[in-house]
Design a protein around this ligand. Structure first.
Ligand code: DMJ
Length: 817
């Protein structure tokens, strides 16, 4: 009986833990660190709040009404009034109290009604009501920081369900200011293309902006004001903001390549791309973000299609195991060997899109970077480059070595914690909190690093430190925040300002909407232009891009080892040693972090990128955050049942080589494919069938693993010789199409079996990873016969396995149509 009730109690406890997503190891007085009980979380939340107040109060006392405070010098940081052409300084400092406005919604998230009210009063009292400020600023930055800050603060101030609701004390002036500011920014859209120029002078429009500063704009900046401008239209019922910014968004997306990949930078004057590469980081990041968030916020199917199309293309061409690489928009080939700190936001966006598993993988890469540097370097190289150069190797791995306390890594951590409730992410947040206190706190705020290797500081606190970095950190620990229990489809803007669309606002908008062109009477337009021929009239007849780059013909094979050598690549095989650094604890805890105990690739990154993940001397004493002994002991949950061959469950590094293959149209007589025709069909028995019509193989991207007997494959299994004996070798046309003789894969192989030649296995189709026993069925193309097609490149054998260059692909089966 006693045993039964104890078991029942344990079950109840377990249910409670599962329900809450946290455990409760708090003692009556205080907490045991890394229990992550309610009390401990409250403690970290309060510490984060104190950090925010430390920086915010110093700004208000020492620097307000200017834009920023120097966190070390402890005085106002202003735009460069002497040199209006100093755009690196001036782009985000419009002399409009930027830190105050960007911080409004953090005060709202803290639920501090008195501080929020005081800050709103400062805006009312001091901010130039019509924004006629002689300051040339970036349109995008001003939109996300200032316009977005005002809009979101207005939503908080007018929503009776929010703690900082201002009721009758507030007359809506934040929205009016936002509208005045938008009116000042709109002339930037007066281009032939309808996509905005990067900069504008708030008082004088475009007249005072030198042409040299207007030649190039990036994809994110050209497309993204769409979200804030659309929100503004919903709230003011004036449709022009939405129409103009949305038109630009759609034009930007129309500039994508034939592979649905959008270059990062263009001429806003004629839409010519300035470069031909893309990725998920700087210059393009918020484009994806606003396609998805716009779809959610405005229930907009076209934006959803844009998100789906752009994300599909990224997954297909740019996805690597641990990050999204920068690739050429026409060939899909990796062209730069680095990733940047801004791309750390992407796992958070993937969570929002429901792609949790890939989000965890990509987030882990940034976690390992944080382990290495206590920061995210602005740019980190995953392939060693400058080995003969002058600079020490640890410096050459970070060609852009600064870290200005950007929020992206903590932002993704927030989304992953909300989605998984895995304490693993609380540990990440705790580590960042400790680092903020120990490495970044200064007398008057927080200073980032000029160099993550040397530790040299930057006397700068960008407004996003208060608007985003500390807000996301606070929200991780504040599990009961009102944002976490509302059902209004709230999204965070790219500057972390919460935006939501109330049913009442939507209804009012629908009944009152109209296109109001009145601001053109007061706002300066382009010099020499006739204001009556307003730019939106011209927009309606604006250009559409017609000339796409010509498709390359034929099947291209992209050997990943060559990419590694030349362009930075993927899947570089390492030694076959097991990668787990931990010996199992004898204590069997039943509470565990799923990332620690079920994810079998937790320590792979260190091995794969050991040549460029180089911890700076100043941080030699640091331990990996996930291996902090106390945390690991508590949450790894190791017990005998979880041990595998006497070792913990970490995958061994593969010794196989992998290739990417992109089939192009020359292989098919038929129409170019719909890239999305490759669909997963679950068969219900654990296997997944990928059905692709061979007739539309053109456009399909395959990742092929080269199998040799005795090698360890990417699934952590030894490749048995029996596999080779069982497969028919008919129709072998060119066994040596891939030269595998010089790869590391040969090291462990059984030499007698190697003479049989390799087999291939597809491990990903269009970026979708295949499970170990995943099989892809191809419908037989009429031209495909047991001989070959396309100059002997493709065929199939007696077991209906596709032959590529005569080598059977064991899991690509050719079916009768
Ligand atoms: C912020 O201003 C925004 O997050 C923007 O989208 C990207 N850059 C900074 C933070 O790094």
């Amino acid at each position: 009986m006693q045993l039964l009730s104890r078991t029942l109690m344990q079950l109840l406890f377990l249910a409670l833990v599962t329900l809450l997503g946290i455990t409760s190891v708090c003692s009556v007085h205080g907490f045991q660190q890394f229990s992550f009980c309610e009390e401990e979380l409250r403690h970290y939340r309060d510490e984060t709040e104190q950090l925010f107040r430390h920086a915010y109060n110093h700004y208000v006392e020492l620097a307000y009404p200017f834009d920023e405070v120097y966190p070390i010098k402890c005085r106002a940081r202003t735009r460069n009034f002497e040199d209006p052409l100093d755009h690196p300084t001036n782009d985000v400092l419009g002399n409009f109290s930027a830190t105050l406005i960007d911080s409004l919604t953090t005060l709202a998230v803290l639920g501090d009604v008195s501080a929020f009210r005081s800050a709103v009063r400062l805006v009312e009292r001091d901010l130039q009501p019509d924004f006629s400020i002689d300051a040339t600023v970036q349109v995008f930055e001003t939109t996300i920081r200032i316009l977005g800050g005002l809009l979101s603060a207005h939503l908080y101030a007018t929503d009776p369900t929010k703690k900082v609701y201002l009721g009758s004390d507030y007359d809506g002036f934040l929205l009016q200011r936002a509208q005045r500011l938008a009116d000042r920014l709109l002339p930037a859209y007066s281009t032939r293309t309808g996509i905005p120029l990067p900069r504008i002078n708030l008082a004088h429009g475009l007249r005072h902006v030198p042409a040299t500063l207007q030649q190039e704009n990036n994809a994110a900046a050209m497309a993204c004001p769409m979200l804030e401008f659309t929100m503004l239209s919903y709230l003011t019922h004036d449709d022009k903001y939405r129409n103009i910014a949305r038109y630009a968004f759609d034009v930007v997306w129309s500039l994508k390549s034939k592979l649905d990949l959008l270059p990062m930078s263009f001429s806003p004057h004629d839409g010519t791309p300035f470069n031909k590469f893309t990725g998920t980081g700087a210059s393009i990041d918020s484009f994806y973000e606003y396609a998805l968030k716009g779809a959610i916020l405005f229930d907009d199917e076209e934006l959803w299609d844009t998100w789906e199309g752009s994300y599909y293309a990224l997954r297909k061409h740019s996805r690597n195991d641990w990050f999204y690489a920068n690739i050429d928009v026409d060939s899909g080939q990796v062209i730069t060997p680095w990733i940047d700190s801004l791309s750390a936001f992407f796992p958070g966006l993937q969570v929002l899109a429901g792609d949790l598993e890939d989000a965890k993988m990509k987030h882990l890469m940034f976690l390992k970077l944080w382990n290495t540097y206590g920061a995210l370097p602005e740019r980190w190289e995953f392939q060693p480059q400058d080995l003969t150069g002058e600079s020490p190797q640890e410096l050459s791995c970070v060609p852009l070595p600064w870290y200005p306390l950007r929020p992206e890594f903590i932002e993704s951590t927030y989304f992953l914690y909300r989605a998984t409730k895995d304490v693993f992410y609380l540990k990440v947040a705790w580590t960042i909190l400790e680092d903020l206190k120990a490495l970044y706190k200064t007398p008057c705020g927080f200073a980032g690093l000029q160099n993550v290797v040397s530790g040299e500081r930057q006397d700068r606190m960008e407004t996003f430190v208060l608007s985003e970095t500390l807000k996301y950190l606070y929200l991780i620990f504040d599990t009961h925040n009102e944002l976490h229990s509302d059902s209004s489809n709230t999204v965070f803007s790219t500057e972390a300002h919460p935006l939501w669309l109330r049913a009442s606002d939507l209804a009012a908008y629908k009944s009152c909407r109209g296109f109001n062109n009145s601001h053109n009477d007061t706002v300066p337009v382009l010099s020499g232009e006739d204001p009556k021929e307003s730019f939106f009239v011209r927009l309606l007849g604006a250009f559409m891009l017609s000339a796409f780059p010509k498709a390359q013909k034929g099947l291209r094979l992209l050997p990943l080892n060559q990419l590694s050598a030349k362009n930075g690549g993927q899947l570089k095989p390492q030694s076959s040693a097991r990668m787990c650094a931990i010996s199992p604890s004898s204590s069997a805890a039943f509470l565990h972090s799923s990332m620690l105990s079920e994810f079998s690739r937790l320590f792979e990154i260190e091995h794969r990128y050991s040549e460029t993940l180089l911890r700076p001397r100043r941080l030699f004493h640091r331990t990996q955050m996930e291996l902090n002994p106390k945390f690991y002991e508590t949450w790894s949950g190791w017990d005998q049942a979880k041990l595998h061959d006497g070792m913990c469950m970490c995958l061994a590094a593969p010794t196989t080589e992998s290739y990417e293959m992109l089939f192009s149209e020359a292989l098919s007589d038929l129409e170019a494919p719909d890239a999305r025709s490759a669909r997963q069909v679950p068969l219900g028995n654990g296997t997944v069938m990928h059905r692709i019509e061979l007739a539309v193989l053109a456009g399909v991207r395959l990742r092929i693993e080269v199998l040799l007997p005795g090698a360890l494959d990417i699934y952590g299994r030894k490749i048995e010789q029996s596999l080779f004996e069982s497969i028919s070798r008919e129709n072998v046309l060119d066994k040596n199409m891939f030269d595998v003789s010089d790869t590391n894969a040969a090291e462990d192989q059984d030499s007698s079996a190697t003479s049989m030649g390799p087999l291939y296995r597809a491990t990903a189709v269009d970026g979708m990873m295949l499970p170990f026993d995943g099989v892809v069925h191809l419908l037989k193309l009429s031209a495909l016969n047991s001989e070959s097609v396309s100059g002997g490149l493709l065929g199939y054998n007696r077991e209906n396995m596709l032959l590529i260059g005569g080598v059977p692909v064991i899991n690509l089966l050719v079916d009768e149509a």
